[in-house]
Design a binder for this molecule. Structure first.
Ligand SMILES: [Zn+2]
Length: 162
């Protein structure tokens, strides 16, 4: 890390915080030679720990692949999926942890997917939450209905809008 003023390589971190979108850390540094201050943005790495114990870098593409199957035949566009993946990434990064369980990624998918498409949500939830019987589906559907009834009318997506 060079000082942008005098090219000195040694600097001290005086402040660091997560950027608003949660994908990077912004640091204020002070040059050890000339004393001037400058900012750097460093992308934070985020690893996902799989059930097998293998850790791999978080990837939006993997989130999309995981959800795409549940969205087959549904009115869900690639843009919808890209926005969902972004929302999931922001949610899992907001904790600030460098490593999370794959299960937490799945949990972070449920809420935005429910807003996107209820059928796709049910499909995804049935696999992810190990639905074992019709009863599990029934209670998930009952929950969806209850939430829909309490949702303010203004928040409902108009029919046919896409
Ligand atoms: Zn300097």
């Amino acid at each position: 890390m060079y000082c942008p003023y005098c090219r000195h390589t040694d600097s001290r971190v005086v402040d660091s915080r997560l950027t608003d979108d949660g994908t990077a850390i912004r640091r204020r540094r002070q040059c050890a030679a000339c004393g001037r201050r400058f900012s750097t943005a460093e992308t934070t790495s985020l690893n996902v720990l799989k059930r097998s114990g293998v850790a791999e870098p978080f990837s939006r593409a993997k989130v999309i692949n995981g959800v795409r199957k549940a969205c087959q035949g549904r009115p869900v566009t690639d843009d919808d999926l890209a926005m969902l993946a972004q929302e999931v990434e922001e949610a899992v990064r907001s904790s600030g942890a460098a490593e999370i369980n794959a299960r937490e990624v799945g949990l972070a998918i449920l809420a935005p997917l429910q807003r996107l498409d209820e059928v796709a949500y049910l499909r995804f939830a049935s696999v992810y939450q190990d639905f074992e019987s019709l009863k599990d589906f029934e209670s998930a559907i009952a929950k969806l209905r209850a939430e829909r009834d309490t949702r303010p009318v203004g928040h409902q997506r108009p029919l046919g809008a896409h």
